[in-house]
Design a protein around this ligand. Structure first.
Ligand SMILES: Cc1cc2nc3c(=O)[nH]c(=O)nc-3n(C[C@H](O)[C@H](O)[C@H](O)COP(=O)(O)OP(=O)(O)OC[C@H]3O[C@@H](n4cnc5c(N)ncnc54)[C@H](O)[C@@H]3O)c2cc1C
Ligand SMILES: *[C@@H]1O[C@H](CO)[C@@H](O)[C@H](O)[C@H]1NC(C)=O
Ligand SMILES: *[C@@H]1O[C@H](CO)[C@@H](O)[C@H](O)[C@H]1NC(C)=O
Ligand SMILES: *[C@@H]1O[C@H](CO)[C@@H](O)[C@H](O)[C@H]1NC(C)=O
Ligand SMILES: *[C@@H]1O[C@H](CO)[C@@H](O)[C@H](O)[C@H]1NC(C)=O
Ligand SMILES: *[C@@H]1O[C@H](CO)[C@@H](O)[C@H](O)[C@H]1NC(C)=O
Ligand SMILES: *[C@@H]1O[C@H](CO)[C@@H](O)[C@H](O)[C@H]1NC(C)=O
Length: 635
């Protein structure tokens, strides 16, 4: 047998001999789809067996589709192939890949490289200063092929700095990313990563709280530019007949809301302005200011176009792939394939009353009075959610015996100002009797878009000194007076101990007649999605950070869990260290999801931290923290 290096040499030599490729390797196919709605133009450019047959065998071998008889993929000591490994594709192979992609391959340069002398081509004071200024703006990271909004999970390897001598490495960012504008590019990337044994990540906006859209040494599929939106006035599926919208995977909340408003309908999307509504958001469930009425975003999905782990492009509906139709809607992003578009039901135009106000401890409001005011609010969570409203509120410890409550905002869908005031009057009366005065700013909008624009400012992201965790508190915690007291006392002590409470009073029941899906069952009986966070100093050591994280996970959130051990947490706004994440994020759906993962992704091409099947893998991170800056290996 020839030494490995000889085989590799011959293989690459043969590639070099072939003529350079100029056009993208793809076929133009018909726009017919089993979804009953034509494919987007971007979806009609596909990789087919015919297209593969037009290139040499040596070239096409790298991009073959997967099949049951090609289950073994390259690996290095049980790990995905990593930069520097013998099997890491050579420059020639990356060039060939880029040529087949039509020039869409981007080699990662960290966003803040301009701040560092060690990146001479990028080093530039003006660029660095603008990156530094915009660092907390989510648009900056969404518009980059590899950046993510939680640097902690990348490994904090290249933060904006004024110390040009400090170190900046690619770290946990993907090594290369494909700037996708058509389906063939996704298929090429999926097949290439699988055949070459590379780690694969899908990045849309990079919002994910657990670093699911980044990974050291990975090939990234960047879906941000898949922006098409088609309104379908009369969509028909086996279980639905009515208006719907087809959205490309890169569509963001502000884009679809603006379009929906112009056309006079309402879409179930998130509160965050730049979140990818047709990406990780909807795939992980997706809570919305409309959830108390219409349920989760995943519940609205009627069909999806998907590139499977074997590279094949399929239409997933209740009829064509009932199992994937169930699993992909709520079972988590970056797990079962790459969704290129979703078709979701839409709803009639609706009016919304938005109200913001605050109260705090002070001369007239003692600590006990403050908490009595909060308690009076929490007692009404069932009434408020059952009325179809959604409220985002913060409770902060602002100093010694000093607390602040912010209604940020109360979002009363389908309520006039009078109806809203009637709903909250019992609480307002309690506040008044307690001597707590509030000055609500309350406005009615005749449409969702206006209300959402007014209610939810652009999110601030990219802190490298904090991590989060959350819990979906069930209605049962309100139904038993003793348990309610325990729940209230627990949340109060969380805030008293200095941890912020950012919570949503909402519900997310599956609407009658909507097909079931894999969204976390804990969503179905929740009345509150509560988030908290812990933080550390910028110069904290990894060991100090880990100690903070562990205390938060086990003690702070442990107390939350103890009030509702059988409930769960929302995977997309969660704690990466969540114990027994399978139960917490997927509940009783986990066993079925795991089976489907083995069936559709037998080589574990797709990996996302805390994703289905992720327990079979481990990242040995450079700093020992639970981040993506290290090799991905079999556990
Ligand atoms: C500021 C802020 C506000 C938020 N507001 C809300 C909210 O109101 N409601 C809510 O429910 N959540 C909210 N989230 C959480 C959000 O839903 C998740 O972060 C979600 O993962 C974002 O999806 P994305 O595609 O934008 O992000 P990404 O980080 O790019 O992707 C997230 C995950 O989905 C995968 N993925 C993305 N696109 C695809 C695709 N086309 N096919 C397959 N996999 C894909 C990625 O691989 C990754 O695993 C918010 C998050 C932030 C940071
Ligand atoms: C493919 O590679 C082999 C060596 O691995 C070489 O012998 C052969 O000529 C190559 N074929 C083409 C068409 O380049
Ligand atoms: C299965 O895939 C392998 C590797 O890509 C390929 O060589 C083989 O021809 C494929 N078999 C079938 C039946 O398609
Ligand atoms: C800048 O970074 C270098 C390399 O990490 C370090 O030695 C130096 O002390 C830093 N300078 C300042 C002012 O922090
Ligand atoms: C990605 O592709 C889009 C669409 O072709 C293009 O506008 C954009 O400039 C590209 N981005 C990068 C970083 O190459
Ligand atoms: C809005 O409220 C009215 C009653 O005021 C009710 O008839 C209607 O069904 C509600 N619409 C939605 C979408 O819940
Ligand atoms: C719950 O707490 C309230 C306020 O402290 C108290 O009045 C009530 O008796 C408690 N209820 C139970 C069942 O413990």
């Amino acid at each position: 047998m020839a030494p490995r290096s000889m085989i590799k040499g011959a293989f690459l030599g043969a590639l070099a001999l072939t003529a350079p490729v100029t056009a993208q390797l793809a076929d133009q196919v018909s726009s017919d789809s089993q979804a009953g709605v034509p494919l987007f133009t971007s979806e009609t450019l596909q990789l087919t067996d015919d297209a593969l047959a037009t290139v040499s065998e040596n070239q096409s071998a790298l991009f073959q589709f997967g099949n049951a008889s090609s289950l073994s993929t390259r690996s290095v000591n049980g790990c995905k192939v990593y930069p520097g490994d013998f099997w890491w594709p050579s420059k020639l192979v990356w060039n060939l890949f880029d040529a087949f992609l039509g020039g869409a391959l981007i080699k990662t340069v960290p966003l803040a490289a301009s701040c560092y002398k060690s990146w001479p081509d990028e080093y530039n004071a003006a660029t660095c200063s603008s990156i530094t200024d915009d660092w907390t703006d989510s648009n900056l990271h969404a518009a980059d092929a590899a950046s993510v909004m939680w640097p902690l999970f990348e490994g904090r390897t290249c933060l904006p700095t004024t110390n040009a001598s400090a170190s900046c490495t690619v770290g946990g960012y993907s090594s290369y990313a494909v700037n996708v504008t058509n389906v063939a590019q996704i298929q090429l990337a999926v097949n290439f990563a699988r055949n070459a044994g590379l780690r694969l990540v899908v990045k849309n906006t990079g919002h994910d709280f657990n670093g699911k859209s980044t990974g050291a040494g990975a090939l990234g599929i960047w879906t941000h530019h898949l922006k098409n939106i088609d309104y379908i006035p009369n969509y028909k599926s086996s279980s639905y007949s009515g208006p719907a919208v087809k959205m490309g995977a890169g569509v963001q909340a502000h884009e679809i809301y603006e379009k929906a408003n112009a056309l006079g309908f309402t879409v179930v999307g998130g509160e965050g302005k730049t979140v990818g509504v047709a990406g990780g958001y909807v795939l992980g469930g997706g809570h919305s200011p409309l959830s108390s009425i219409y349920g989760l975003a995943a519940d609205q999905v009627l069909a999806m176009e998907v590139v499977l782990p074997n590279g094949r492009f399929v239409t997933v509906t209740e009829q064509t792939y009932p199992d994937l139709f169930w699993a992909i809607r709520g079972g988590g992003g970056g797990t079962f394939g790459v969704v290129t578009s979703v078709i979701s039901r839409v709803h009639p135009k609706v009016g919304v009353t938005v109200s913001t106000f605050s109260f705090s401890t002070g001369t007239d409001v003692s600590v006990e009075t403050f908490w009595a005011g909060v308690r009076s609010y929490m007692e009404r969570f069932d009434t408020h959610a059952d009325a179809g409203t959604y409220a985002y509120f913060w409770i902060l410890n602002t100093g010694e015996d000093s607390f602040l409550f912010l209604m940020n905002p109360f979002f009363a869908v389908n309520h006039t100002v009078a109806e809203y005031n009637a709903l909250v009057q019992p609480w307002y009366d309690d506040l008044s009797n307690l001597g707590i005065s509030i000055s609500p700013s309350t406005t009615y909008y005749d449409n969702f878009y206006g209300a959402w624009m007014a209610g939810f400012p652009l999110e601030t992201v990219a802190s490298s000194t904090m991590m989060t965790g959350s819990r979906l508190f069930p209605r049962a915690n309100w139904e038993d007076a003793t348990l309610f007291n325990t729940t209230f006392d627990t949340l109060r002590s969380t805030v008293e101990n200095g941890y912020a409470l950012l919570a949503f009073n909402m519900k997310a029941e599956l609407v009658d007649g909507y097909p079931d899906n894999a969204a976390n069952p804990a969503f179905r009986n929740t009345l509150m999605h509560a988030i908290s966070s812990t933080s550390w100093d910028a110069d904290a050591t990894p060991a100090e950070i880990k100690a903070k994280m562990d205390y938060f996970t086990n003690t702070v959130l442990g107390q939350w869990r103890a009030t509702c051990p059988d409930a769960g947490a929302y995977m997309s706004e969660s704690d990466i260290q969540e114990p027994n994440f399978q139960q917490a994020f997927y509940g009783s759906n986990y066993a079925r999801l795991y089976k489907l993962k083995q069936l559709y992704d037998p080589t574990s091409l797709f990996y996302a931290p805390t994703g289905v099947g992720s327990e079979n893998w481990v990242v040995n991170s450079a700093d020992g923290l639970p981040d993506q800056n290290g090799r991905l290996c079999r556990a």
